[in-house]
Design a protein around this ligand. Structure first.
Ligand SMILES: Nc1ncnc2c1ncn2[C@@H]1O[C@H](COP(=O)(O)OP(=O)(O)OP(=O)(O)O)[C@@H](O)[C@H]1O
Length: 580
């Protein structure tokens, strides 16, 4: 119940639909309960008493009863559906909002397929229970309560005989629930594993094919598919073992009832019509009882699904805007690091160690160093994708944690190492951060990013629709669109994380020229492996295992003769490329 209690805020606002559905259900069940009475009256007081002229009227009464019951059943079903559908609409929105606000840390380990299955399959299972299972469960309780009440009224002893089977049935149902719940949790988990595999494979299909690993992937998929099948089989096994047992217990009580009831009729202690009424009442109880397994099944599944949804909703959002968040007129772009250290997990390696530097507005900082040296980590702290473990990151003299998060990020243009483009037009991709910009601004940004020429070369120009993740463009073209996307927001701070790695040297040098123009008075961080990409920076920080081991201008660092010089020597054995 805990899971449902915690998800109450989603379904409680729609309780009106639920209660309408419930009221209609009361009516349906009440009318259903009238049948045995009508039968009893027809047999004992009409046919038994020879009043045959009443039969057509009784038949007409039955038809009317059924019409009202159908109408009530419609209201019950429709209101129940509305209850479920409206609830999961809110739930899905809340989950998506949560996913949008979760920090980078969450996505470092998140699996897309698993998240997708939570947002789709688990939400659907939850809806099914709200719309259908929950009402069925209440229906069961109603039928049981009404049925027993009427039976006790007709013949208490006979009712007790029926009740004799209940404890056995209750124990069986309890044990069934205990077993079937983990089994369904397993089904949901292995379904998520399966979808994760499919999603990863479709995304990485080029790599799979390039390395001719289709067979391996088919066999891996086969493994997960088998797990999913086995999880389903296990659930089906539990189901098929318990369901007939429940049915058997139910049937035994019917047999006992018929034997004892028949004996009572023979002795004249019970009217025939009463036994017939009793018999149909018993089925109103035993039917739903046997159905109880299915109801428990939907309940168990929705409990398991609800738990998985709560796992997302409960994820901590450690990176948020503070209560009195700072929103300035604009950000000038003065970035300062004071003894900043960072590690991604409390017991992990330090990714940055005591890094300090001062970058006033307009300064271009180059970051260079071996892979894993901490260059990306450093820039991630400026945008507050992570909070530093130690030390302070200041923008315009204020700790980044004091700013409104969206305000801060809107003023920082980031071009990531891996370019991600949406499957929409080039214009929409460039204008993603500022959808209201004019076409002129889009073109200006594209020109500065050296992208205008190749975009204009496409038959549809800026209206060219890109494939998923920008498929159909070269690596360098994608990078330049990403740079234009960052520039169009007119950021005060620009971070280029290996953003020109796929661009040829000539284009890169033109790009840097244009960027210098565009970023005048703003601060730029350039992460690169190529010396040619950072050589014009005002200050170059050389990182090694998280520490700044050298700093200075290109010339100073060359003269210093340290790591930078060694990188330079390796990269420029042919010295003509870069003058000393
Ligand atoms: N999300 C993360 N979770 C845990 N550790 C991480 C994460 N991102 C980076 N690291 C670790 O932090 C260290 C610094 O990584 P970072 O990405 O900053 O290096 P880098 O200098 O940008 O490397 P590259 O040039 O290859 O991009 C590495 O040891 C890396 O394994």
């Amino acid at each position: 119940m805990e899971t449902f209690k915690r998800l109450k805020r989603f379904y409680w606002p729609f309780k009106g639909y639920f209660f309408v559905s419930l009221a209609a259900l009361f009516l349906v069940t009440g009318l259903t309960m009238l049948y045995p009475f009508a039968l009893k009256v027809t047999i004992d007081e009409v046919i038994g008493a020879g009043r045959y002229e009443w039969v057509p009227w009784i038949a007409l009464g039955f038809v009317l009863l059924m019409l009202v019951k159908s109408l009530a059943a419609f209201v019950q079903q429709y209101a129940g559906d509305l209850f479920g559908i409206r609830t999961v609409y809110e739930l899905r929105n809340a989950l998506y909002r949560k996913l949008e606000s979760l920090p980078f840390r969450f996505y470092d380990n998140a699996k897309t397929g698993d998240l997708m299955s939570r947002l789709t399959a688990d939400v659907e299972v939850f809806r099914f229970f709200l719309s259908f299972g929950c009402a069925q469960f209440i229906n069961f309780l109603l039928l049981l309560g009404f049925g027993l009440g009427v039976m006790v009224y007709l013949h208490p002893l006979l009712a007790v005989v029926t009740l004799l089977a209940m404890p056995f049935l209750s124990v069986t149902v309890y044990r069934f629930d205990r077993k079937v719940h983990p089994a369904f949790l397993g089904v949901r988990r292995s379904f998520a594993h399966l979808t994760t595999k499919v999603q990863e494979n479709i995304s990485g299909m080029h790599t799979v094919k390039a390395l001719a690993r289709e067979d391996l992937e088919i066999s891996r998929f086969g493994d997960r598919n088998r797990h999913y099948m086995e999880a389903n089989l296990e659930a089906a096994h539990i189901w098929s073992a318990y369901f007939p047992l429940m049915e058997l217990i139910g049937n035994i009580s019917v047999v006992v009832l018929l034997a004892y009831g028949g004996w009572l009729v023979i002795r004249g202690e019970l009217l025939l019509g009463e036994l017939v009424a009793f018999f149909s009442l018993v089925w109103y109880i035993i039917g739903p009882l046997m159905y109880l397994g299915f109801i428990i099944n939907t309940y168990s599944q929705s409990k398991a699904a609800g738990k998985r949804l709560l796992e997302i909703l409960d994820e901590p959002e450690e990176i948020q805007s503070p209560p009195q968040a700072l929103v300035a007129e604009r950000i000038r772009g003065h970035v300062r690091f004071v003894k900043v250290s960072h590690r991604y997990s409390p017991d992990g390696e330090w990714a940055l160690r005591e890094v300090s530097f001062d970058a006033p507005p307009g300064k271009v900082i180059g970051l260079i160093g071996a892979t894993g040296a901490g260059k990306t980590t450093l820039t991630r702290l400026i945008s507050r994708f992570y909070d530093p473990t130690e030390g302070e990151v200041l923008v315009d003299g204020r700790p980044v944690g004091e700013y409104d998060l969206q305000f801060l990020r809107r003023h920082i243009g980031v071009v990531f190492q891996e370019t991600f483009l949406f499957s929409s037009t080039i214009r929409d991709n460039i204008a993603y951060g500022r959808p209201d910009v004019s076409m002129e601004q889009v073109i200006r940004a594209a020109k500065r990013a050296q992208a205008h020429d190749f975009i204009s070369g496409f038959p549809d120009g800026y209206d060219t629709v890109l494939g998923e993740r920008g498929l159909g463009l070269s690596g360098g073209q994608k990078q330049r669109i990403a740079i234009a996307r960052a520039l169009v927001t007119e950021p005060s701070i620009l971070i280029l994380d290996d953003a020109t790695s796929a661009v040829d040297m000539v284009t890169e040098s033109r790009l840097q020229e244009a960027l210098r123009e565009a970023m005048r008075g703003k601060t730029t961080f350039i992460i690169a492996h190529r010396i040619s990409s950072v050589q014009h920076a005002d200050e170059i920080l050389v990182l090694d295992r998280g520490r700044v081991v050298e700093r200075g201008t290109h010339r100073e660092l060359l003269e210093h003769g340290g790591i930078y010089r060694r990188i330079y020597d390796i990269q420029f054995r042919d010295r003509h490329a870069v003058p000393l």
